[in-house]
Write a protein that binds this ligand. Structure first.
Ligand code: NAD
Length: 261
């Protein structure tokens, strides 16, 4: 068993659950020391304990709201002090937010979704770059198939806008940071079994615009159902590793062909 991340430090946001947790476990299993950024709750402490029990990489949980600039800046600094460097950044924390028709969506709800998903990505990358520049590294951003399409996701104007913004940001960052040997890629999962629905709030008005989804017969997605966080973690590890050294500025779908329907 080769360990691809021995001696590497990774920051994973949204690491207390779902895709972030699976990716943190995967990276640590292959040797990385992992800083778990999340809104500190029992789940993040649990992830920290699980990883420290597995080793060889170790984990430290940091109480970070990724949309809070001061908090992100401080946690990145503390990570660099604790683990001596930063090589890998998985900017993954995200919420579905409030689903609502546009005309009924409260401005603060719109702003909250944009703030966590888009500002959070920007802030995580911004404060990590000075550390990544020292030796190069890999940034992976979690967007969604909804960054490029709208299929069946009524009421998700804020979410889809934030996810599309992440794709544009990743491409700009890839170009800007290439000269520092920092790669930036963005992943677009389809449905993955996680706790994300807990972050969904549906307004009453939404009912009016919900249209039942009907897959054309015989054109179900390739997979039997939703993907697993571990499926996504395998992709994240590949993009974080030197195996993908020539891949940057790319958007990678991981959706069992869901986006093609
Ligand atoms: P999840 O809810 O299981 O995990 C998300 C984690 O992010 C949680 O632990 C949560 O506490 C954390 N988080 C939320 N707001 C935060 C904040 N402000 N600061 C720090 N941490 C915060 O969901 P998941 O499905 O693993 O989501 C991870 C990413 O994957 C999100 O960006 C989501 O948009 C994206 N995604 C998920 C799916 C899916 O079907 N699950 C599909 C496409 C994209």
């Amino acid at each position: 068993n080769k360990l691809r991340f021995t001696g590497k430090t990774a920051i994973v946001t949204g690491a207390g659950s779902g895709i972030g947790k699976a990716a943190a476990i995967k990276l640590a299993t292959e040797g990385a020391n992992v800083a778990l950024f999340d809104l500190l709750d029992d789940r993040t402490a649990q992830a920290e304990a699980e990883i420290n029990a597995i080793r060889p990489g170790s984990a430290r949980a940091f109480d970070v709201d990724t949309s809070d600039p001061a908090r992100v800046e401080k946690a990145v600094l503390e990570t660099a002090e604790l683990f001596k460097k930063v090589d890998i950044v998985f900017a993954n924390a995200g919420i579905n937010g409030v689903l609502s028709p546009i005309e009924d969506m409260k401005f603060e709800d719109w702003q909250h979704t944009l703030s966590v998903n888009l500002n959070g990505t920007f802030l995580t990358v911004k404060y990590a770059v000075p550390h990544l520049k020292k030796q190069g590294g890999s940034i992976i951003i979690t967007s969604s198939i909804n960054g490029n399409r709208t299929f069946s996701n009524f009421g998700m104007s804020a979410y889809s806008t934030s996810k599309a913004g992440q794709v544009a940001f990743a491409k700009m960052a890839a170009l800007e940071l290439a000269k520092f040997k920092i790669r930036v890629n963005v992943i677009c999962p389809g449905a993955i079994s996680t706790n994300i629905d807990q972050s969904t709030e549906k307004t009453e008005e939404l009912k009016e615009i919900v249209i039942p989804v009907q897959y054309p017969q015989g054109s179900q997605p390739l997979s039997d159902g939703p993907g697993t966080p571990e499926n996504v973690a395998d992709l994240v590890a590949f993009l974080a590793s030197d195996e993908s050294v020539h891949i940057t500025g790319t958007q990678v779908y991981i959706d069992g062909a869901e986006s093609l329907l």
